[in-house]
Design a protein around this ligand. Structure first.
Ligand code: UT7
Length: 367
């Protein structure tokens, strides 16, 4: 039997920071209101040339470096995102090319802010079944590109960033222990980008009406979130056969401090058992959980052997929780040099494009 261990982690955020004071100049709001109602003080916003894939690639290199895994060893890349580069191709394929992960399949997973948990569970199941050995899971977002910067109900909440985990197979028990994934599509309209898909293709009218931006019924989403965060945690723990008292850290989706406080009350846990960093990043959707985990690992809060619950909710509606025993890299001695692989990936991608171009010339002449 195989277990799926988390052996590498990495995060990336854009340099540019947008504070509540900056937002005060853009919409009718105040730092006091935003902090009191959400807990958010600032968020990172993608600059020109940055996108979900560029942030995802940065996070992925860091995760590969920590794990000591070469891109060519990856069997699969799953990118959970709500702000993909395109409707298609998948952002995961763009990441695959940039990494030069020649053997890896790649696809995107769309489950909004619950996406990172769903993707981890899919990766873990593939590893546990024995089908795959090494999987990269990325959560990458540039929600700022879908934000209506004149809508104060939404523009104060979201931020950009990416996080990535490497999962590897081992016969040693540990790693991902259980997960629950849930959905309720009857609440689909509560949080959505209404236009730009096949249901309502982008037209001049939809753009004028701002239907290509995030639309949200904040109060309803809030109510739903407070209902499911605690119960999903309990369900995942029951599936793993683990008691809440054995859990070192709860890492919740970083959407709103009041939602996290409600989950803490439901579970009768003190807030200091939760990893919270939303005051500096806002809601980065699929990137929020890996961003919080990365920080807590790097500052020493999360240690190998610690049991964690990752728990999230999001558009769909979707929600889920995952229980894991933190592993760390299989071999701290195994070093890879991302710079060299980056160079190799660039050369490989260039020659692939060139050969496709030459092939099209030859076929063009024959036709
Ligand atoms: O990953 C999932 C993503 N979504 C979420 O997590 C959203 C969950 N919901 C929330 O986090 C909260 O509902 C918000 C932070 C979005 C809003 O907080 P709230 O306490 O639910 O406020 P509200 O929507 O009930 O609005 C209260 C008042 C309203 O005024 P009236 O109708 O009482 O006169 C709003 O118009 O606050 C007003 N308001 C604002 N005032 C200043 C709404 N947004 C703002 C703002 N600044 N940015």
């Amino acid at each position: 039997m195989y277990y799926a261990h988390i052996t590498g982690w990495g995060c990336a955020v854009p340099e540019k920071v947008l504070t509540n004071a900056d937002l005060e100049k853009m919409v009718e709001t105040s730092d006091a209101w935003i902090v009191e109602r959400s807990g958010i003080r600032e968020r990172h916003i993608a600059g020109e040339g940055e996108s979900s894939a560029t942030l995802g690639v940065q996070a992925a290199w860091k995760a590969l470096e920590v794990a000591g895994v070469r891109p060519s060893e990856l069997d699969l890349i799953i990118c959970a995102t709500s702000s993909p580069e395109h409707i298609f191709p998948a952002t995961a394929c763009i990441i695959q090319d940039k990494l030069g992960a020649a053997r890896a399949g790649a696809f995107d997973l769309s489950a909004a802010c619950s996406g990172f948990i769903f993707a981890l569970q899919m990766a873990a199941q593939a590893i546990r079944s024995g089908a795959l050995k090494t999987v990269l899971v990325v959560g990458a977002e540039t929600l700022s590109r879908l934000t209506n910067w004149s809508d104060r109900n939404t523009c104060i909440l979201f931020g950009d960033g990416a996080g990535a985990f490497v999962l590897q197979a081992s016969r040693q028990p540990g790693g991902v222990l259980s997960a629950v994934m849930r959905a309720d599509g009857s609440g689909a309209s509560l949080l959505s980008v209404p236009a730009g898909g096949s249901r309502q293709p982008a037209t001049e009218e939809t753009v004028k009406a701002g239907m290509h931006f995030i639309h949200m019924d904040g109060r309803e989403v809030f109510r739903f979130a407070t209902r499911v965060m605690g119960s999903a945690t309990q369900e995942a723990l029951a599936a793993a056969g683990i008691d809440l008292a054995e859990v070192r850290w709860i890492v919740p989706h970083q959407a709103n401090a009041r939602i996290i406080e409600a989950a803490a009350r439901f579970l009768k846990l003190p807030l200091d058992r939760f990893v919270v960093n939303l005051e500096r990043y806002g809601n980065t959707s699929t990137a929020s959980i890996p961003l919080a985990v990365c920080e807590a690992v790097e500052d020493g809060r999360i240690q190998p052997g610690d049991r964690l619950v990752l728990v999230a909710f999001g558009a769909g509606l979707t929600w889920g929780a995952l229980v894991a025993e933190w592993s760390g890299p299989f071999s701290a001695e195994r070093r890879i040099r991302p710079g060299l692989y980056r160079l190799w990936a660039g050369i490989r991608s260039f020659f692939r494009r060139l050969s496709r171009f030459l092939e099209s010339l030859v076929w063009g002449r024959k036709a």
